[in-house]
Design a protein around this ligand. Structure first.
Ligand code: ZN
Length: 164
């Protein structure tokens, strides 16, 4: 499993915090991290422990999000509503979980914290998600099959994996 950040988040503090969390997720959880810098707003990112690429939002949308059935099943929106509302790309700031085949299995639909989005927004936001998996990935996701978890499971109900 890989964690991919579509950068840069609109709010600079979110952007910087996202990068800090990705470093933690890499260093302490041993997960791969990478950045697709589709909208460069802030300074260059140095000493990042994963790949940094510079695709266009359109390329990312076509490759990762559009007509992605796995993703559509896991988020509450059609990808076009979440990432291309009214015909404009709205992807930067979100993060995605990518499986071994390179397919995005889940992506946040809110590029930041739940604050300001309402009480049920937490599971859909990038930073709440990253903070959870920086503490313990198995609270939120099975690192084997990318099944989303709610933190009470001792093993993954989808593939049976027991986190160490
Ligand atoms: Zn699993």
């Amino acid at each position: 499993m890989k964690v991919r950040y579509y950068a840069d988040a609109e709010v600079q503090s979110w952007h910087e915090h996202t990068i800090r969390l990705l470093r933690t997720i890499h260093d302490e959880r041993g997960l791969s991290v990478e950045i697709d810098r589709i909208d460069e707003r802030y300074s260059s990112i140095t000493d990042f422990p994963g790949k940094i690429r510079y695709p266009t939002p359109e390329a990312v949308y076509e490759r990762d999000l559009k007509r992605n059935r796995d993703l559509t099943e896991r988020i509450d929106h059609r990808p076009s509503d979440a990432y291309k509302p009214y015909g404009n790309f709205d992807i930067a700031g979100n993060i995605a979980l990518v499986d071994e085949e390179g397919t995005v299995q889940w992506a946040s639909t809110l590029p930041g914290y739940a604050d300001g989005y309402g009480p049920d927004a937490g599971p859909h936001t990038s930073l709440d998600f990253l903070e959870d998996i920086a503490i313990s990935p198995s609270n939120r996701v099975c690192v084997e099959c990318l099944q989303l978890l709610d933190g009470d499971e001792t093993f993954c109900p989808n593939c049976g994996y027991e986190p160490p």
